[in-house]
Design a protein around this ligand. Structure first.
Ligand code: ZN
Length: 254
């Protein structure tokens, strides 16, 4: 990206991360603004982490808009905004209240009254937005599942996990193939915020057995609210290495 255009607000004509059609893309907040992503934040991207020639190498960059990227066309942005965002934010706010009330250092357990299908669809949508390569939205069934709010056909081979998280360090790591000595090549993606981090796997195991598999949220009809208990391990994110947590080293390597 050219430095001169980096900070300009301009119309971006590209393929929508969800429907795949070319159009003017709108800025998608990750997570949505109502899920505690409405203030300026400090971010580290490629230039700050990898590009030693960059004047900002090793520093944080201030983003006035919060975390996010240009990803969805206007139609997808409006539809998914109306269908999923509000319920994802309710889930996040309940999670935040539970996180603040929690006293156990290793996990938290909380009661939720949520619409699980709406929540899991928003989370999968965030993974398609984070994935600049477009691999996730092209996996069999992903587009159909997200573009039809009532569809309960969660795409085969995908699992989504959640963990509790309060780390300052943020990961927004799009789909990647990672070699893990324990499992071989893994197809993973990870996004972390407060109060939850989310982990995506495709035909691969998760990086540890402490994360809560929340794929089952997709078994509840769209818009149906249920009460449930969720227990999630507290995982500490301190670097940009996908699946790595400073407090769970070697936990399941025995
Ligand atoms: Zn679209």
């Amino acid at each position: 990206m050219m430095a001169s255009t980096k900070h300009k607000r301009k119309e971006v004509l590209k393929n929508c991360s969800l429907c795949g059609k070319a159009g003017v893309l709108s800025f998608e907040h990750l997570p949505p603004r109502c899920a505690f992503n409405n203030t300026a934040i400090l971010v580290q991207g490629h230039e700050e982490l990898i590009d030693k020639e960059s004047s900002t190498y090793g520093k944080f960059r201030r983003s006035q808009r919060g975390f996010g990227k240009y990803a969805l066309c206007e139609s997808c942005n409006n539809n998914t905004g109306n269908w999923y965002v509000n319920d994802f934010c309710k889930f996040t706010k309940q999670g935040m209240a539970n996180l603040k009330a929690n006293t156990h250092p290793q996990y938290f357990q909380g009661d939720f009254a949520i619409k699980p299908q709406n929540v899991i669809k928003q989370i999968l949508l965030m993974f398609t937005v984070a994935d600049s390569s477009g691999v996730i939205s092209n996996l069999p069934g992903v587009r159909e599942y997200l573009l039809d709010r009532r569809s309960m056909k969660f795409p085969e081979g995908i699992r989504i996990y959640a963990y509790s998280n309060a780390s300052v360090q943020k990961r927004m790591i799009g789909y990647c193939v990672v070699y893990d000595p324990r499992y071989g090549f893994c197809r993973w993606s990870e996004i972390n915020f407060r109060p939850f981090g989310y982990f995506f796997t495709y035909q691969s195991p998760p990086p540890n057995n402490l994360m809560a598999d929340i794929t089952g949220f997709s078994l509840v009809s769209y818009d149906r609210e249920v009460s449930l208990k969720l227990k999630t391990a507290y995982l500490n994110v301190e670097n940009m290495v996908i699946g790595h947590y400073s407090n769970v080293k070697f936990v399941d390597e025995e």
